[in-house]
Design a binder for this molecule. Sequence first.
Ligand code: SF4
Length: 383
Amino acid sequence: MTADSDFVAGIPLGLYVHLPWCIRKCPYCDFNSHQLRGDIPHGAYIDCLLADLETDSPAAHGREISSIYMGGGTPSLFPAREIGRLLKGIRACLPVQDGAEISLEANPGTIEHDSFSAYADVGVNRVSLGVQSFDDARLEAIGRIHGRAEVAVSLQSLRRSGINNFNVDLMFGLPGQTHKQALDDMRRALDSGATHISHYQLTIEPNTAFAASPPKLPANDSSWAMQAEAAALLEDAGFGQYEISAWARPGSACDHNLNYWRYGDFLGIGAGAHAKLSAPGGRVKRLAKSRHPSRYMGGDVVADEREIDGREIVFEYFLNRLRLRENINPEEFTARTGLPWDWALPGMQTALRRGLLASAGSGYSHTDSGWRFVNDLQALFLP
Ligand code: SF4
């Protein structure tokens, strides 16, 4: 084995699968999600996903898949038998590590197709539930299809399924939300038994219904206070913040997302999916699949393909890696980028001089202001 192939073999490989349909488009959503018009072509879409994976599989360079993440859209609109066929097809194409995390995103109000037990039976072992709020009026204000009752049904189904490792997505800074309501939401999320909570502020993104007709949001100071007090509740409950928006009980961080942020590799299949693949010679290939399902299913699979190297790799590495609280260390930088640490020095020296990073053992950690101003820190590594 050459040093080059050793380098690629040492980088974990995740698999992201995009299932792009939703019952209705939420007014704040800028994901690649498509409102249902008629029935979802479940079987035909799974066939396309497997063909897509077959084409991309040589980029695995013999590695096992370390995690599978089915995101959307609303993957729970797919029946368990089709999710099972997909997982079986993935295993027939590429080896999957024993005990690999296999996550499915689900939205309350969409699991009548199959209870979570049926997903567990076909191999799903982690669920990410798009709760967003436990308050009916707030859910209505952000255009969600579900209310508190559907959240309760989903949580009950999860408990029965034996999938104990699950994330609750929770938003704050919602239209008309008071401080007390935001903290009540966090208390309910903590009571739900979730092992992981993703806590996001609602932001108005371009090209969304909210951008065209913005709702009145709480003042910035108020949202900041909601976040700070919610963080205190999470800490008191034994959760640790390991990424800007991600909190987990010990041992329950999301393997798949950790791999993104540590600049691991990932294959991406499905409409609008992205892939990042290291290649011998210190190059990184970026692939983007066609966003529209009909285009993707019509055979126009790859929308964009390009290679990056040198300074662009350094920037991408720090853009991702600085989202994590864990220390930066030079050995990991070289193992993931194939570049000597010298490449990181200009940005690192400025970050240390400005007090955004500090030496910590054999590596470097964020200072309080580095953590508060992560965007400024990331910008120091721009090519
Ligand atoms: S359910 Fe999620 S992916 Fe679908 S439209 Fe709403 S926010 Fe977007």
